[in-house]
Design a protein around this ligand. Structure first.
Ligand SMILES: Nc1ncnc2c1ncn2[C@@H]1O[C@H](COP(=O)(O)OP(=O)(O)O)[C@@H](O)[C@H]1O
Ligand SMILES: [Mg+2]
Length: 583
């Protein structure tokens, strides 16, 4: 029930739309009822009474009533649809804004498809609810009450008997709505599973084809689709059963009229005309009763969907900006880790153990270690993508958790291994973090990132839309856009996480030049596999299984003869045959 109340609370800002919908509904019913009355006047008094002016007046009134009915129908129909569309808009925006606030740990576990299903199909179910239920509820209940009153006034015994099915109907409705809510929840859940498979296959279309997995993937999709169909059919069987029960109960009411009413007529307590009128009035209740069934299943569906939408909206972001957080825009960029340990929320083991080091403003810190040793995890703690489990991360001697989150993240620039470009123009992609940047600043950043020349070669230069009309950029080009994007933010602290691992040597050289510029005067964290890229660092931290096992400059680490020195020897060996082959 509370879910339903919460859904209904979305009506609050639209009370006026709802009210105008109801007013239009009432007036259009009135106009509808006025028309036969006007016809009656025109015939009885105008035509039969031979009075031309009455016919004329009645005709004019009919025209007005017709126009009024048309306008009112428009107003009514539009009001309820506007209500539904506005609420759907608000829900989707709220969902999106909430998803933006949720922490990284949420996205580590959430399935994109499930989230998409909630933002599309579940919101749609709520939209349909608002479209039909507020209107039908008033219309049907109004008719039901009005007709019942009329029936009781005509013959209360007969009315009581023929309407005695209503409590049974209420019972069936309650029972059905509980069952239906459960069934519809299963349907929506499966819809999310199917969307996830679909989304994975669309995003991974290349992989699927490259591994010739089309058949297997089709089978997987088919399985989920089939389950969805089965569950939808089960829900459909229940709603059909409910409709059948409702119809049967309605028929029982008619039986009461024939049986009890017939006996009343035979006994002379009721005229045949009265019985006929009674019957026709009773028939008027069947439509609203059937509508009731539809309303109940729409409501059950909306509740199931609301549950799924509110589940997301109720998740609290784990990482919040502190109240009155310190503004980070003036930081110098000293970074310190004090006995930092970190475990991912869903993981059983810690990914970082007791890490301690300090970086002065403007220093270059290199992180080196095998895959999975914790390098990316370590740098993710600086802009608070995650919070430490133990210890403290400090910037300029202040715990990162004390800074205003937005201002902190704005001062930390990131260039990651694979860059995501949005399907907007190159200009907007570069200005992603600073939409207010001037044209000069954007071009300057692109030049510094060695990207300006290739951008000018694109069909529409900076206005070229990424991904449109087959325009796609190579890995190296995307990387340079990402560097320009980071440059434009002018961050104090820069993180390069394997920023050049996936590009060829020539591109790597260009990017290295761009990066040199990017790093000037900033505290930089560089993660790379090629020791060549790291050897000029002020401090090299060597990680293994989440522990800091060695630290020092390139020379110090070579002299130490540990993990770093062994890797260096191996990479140097690999370089030799490569070079001679190139000569
Ligand atoms: N989002 C995550 N959730 C749970 N565990 C993770 C997550 N990301 C990385 N890990 C685990 O943390 C450890 C360190 O990973 P990572 O920092 O990515 O290493 P590296 O960047 O050095 O390759 C690994 O054991 C990895 O499996
Ligand atoms: Mg990594």
């Amino acid at each position: 029930m509370s879910v339903l109340w919460r859904i209904l609370s979305y009506l609050r800002p639209y009370r006026r739309t709802l009210l105008s919908g109801y007013v239009a509904l009432l007036l259009s019913v009135a106009a509808q009822l006025a028309i036969p009355r006007l016809v009656e006047v025109a015939i009885d008094r105008g035509i039969a009474g031979q009075q031309k002016h009455v016919v004329l007046a009645a005709s004019a009134a009919l025209v007005l009533a017709g126009i009024a009915q048309g306008l009112l129908t428009f107003a009514r129909s539009y009001s309820f649809q506007a209500l539904a569309e506005n609420i759907a808009y608000r829900l989707r925006r709220e969902l999106y804004e909430h998803l933006e606030r949720l922490s990284f740990s949420f996205f580590d576990q959430a399935y994109t498809g499930q989230l998409m299903a909630r933002a599309t199909e579940d919101v749609n179910a709520i939209r349909r609810f608002f479209w039909v239920v507020p209107r039908i509820a008033v219309q049907s209940l109004g008719t039901l009450v009005a007709v019942s009153v009329m029936l009781f006034l005509m013959n209360w015994r007969l009315a009581a008997l023929s309407l005695s099915v209503l409590p049974l109907l209420a019972l069936a409705t309650v029972h059905f709505s509980q069952k239906a809510r459960h069934l519809f929840l299963e349907v929506q859940q499966q819809f999310g599973v199917m969307t996830t498979v679909l989304q994975e296959n669309l995003a991974g279309a290349r992989i699927v084809r490259a591994f010739a997995r089309e058949d297997a993937e089709r089978a997987r999709f088919d399985t989920e689709l089939h389950t969805l169909q089965q569950r939808s059919l089960r829900a459909a069987r229940w709603s059909s059963l409910y409709t059948a029960v409702v119809t049967t109960l309605g028929a029982l009411g008619i039986v009461a009229v024939v049986w009890y009413g017939g006996r009343q007529v035979l006994a002379g307590h009721l005229s045949i005309g009265q019985l006929t009128a009674f019957y026709f009035l009773l028939v008027l209740t069947t439509q609203p009763i059937r509508m009731l069934g539809w309303m109940v299943s729409s409501t059950a569906r909306a509740i199931a969907s609301g549950q799924r939408v509110f589940e997301v909206l109720d998740l609290r972001p784990e990482i919040l900006s502190p109240p009155n957080g310190i503004d980070a825009s003036g930081i110098r960029g000293a970074v310190e880790f004090r006995s930092v340990s970190f475990r991912y929320p869903e993981s059983g083991t810690a990914s970082l153990h007791d890490i301690t080091f300090a970086a002065e403003p403007g220093q270059r810190i290199a992180l080196f270690g095998p895959t999975g040793s914790g390098k990316s995890t370590l740098v993710a703690l600086i802009p608070r993508f995650y919070d430490v489990t133990e210890g403290t991360v400090l910037i300029d001697g202040v715990d990162v958790r004390a800074y205003d989150l937005h201002s902190l993240r704005r001062r930390v620039g990131l260039v990651l291994q694979d860059t995501l470009l949005f399907s907007v123009s190159i200009r907007e992609n570069i200005a992603f973090g600073r939409p207010d940047a001037s044209e000069e600043e954007i071009i300057e950043a692109a030049r510094a990132a060695q990207a300006h020349d290739f951008i000018m070669d694109l069909p529409f230069g900076y206005d070229t839309v990424v991904g449109e009309r087959g325009i796609s950029l190579s890995g190296g080009q995307k990387q340079r856009i990402a560097i320009a994007r980071a440059l434009l933010m002018d961050p104090r602290i820069l993180v390069l996480d394997e920023a050049t691992s996936s590009v060829d040597a020539e591109t790597d050289r260009l990017i290295q030049q761009a990066l040199q510029r990017l790093m000037e005067g900033r505290t930089a964290f560089i993660i790379a596999h090629r020791i060549l890229t790291l050897q000029n660092a002020d401090l090299i931290l060597v990680l293994e299984n989440g522990r800091l096992v060695e630290r020092g400059t390139h020379e110090e680490l070579l002299a130490r003869g540990g993990l770093y020195a062994r890797q260096y020897a191996r990479q140097a060996q690999e370089q030799v045959p490569l070079r001679s082959a190139g000569d």
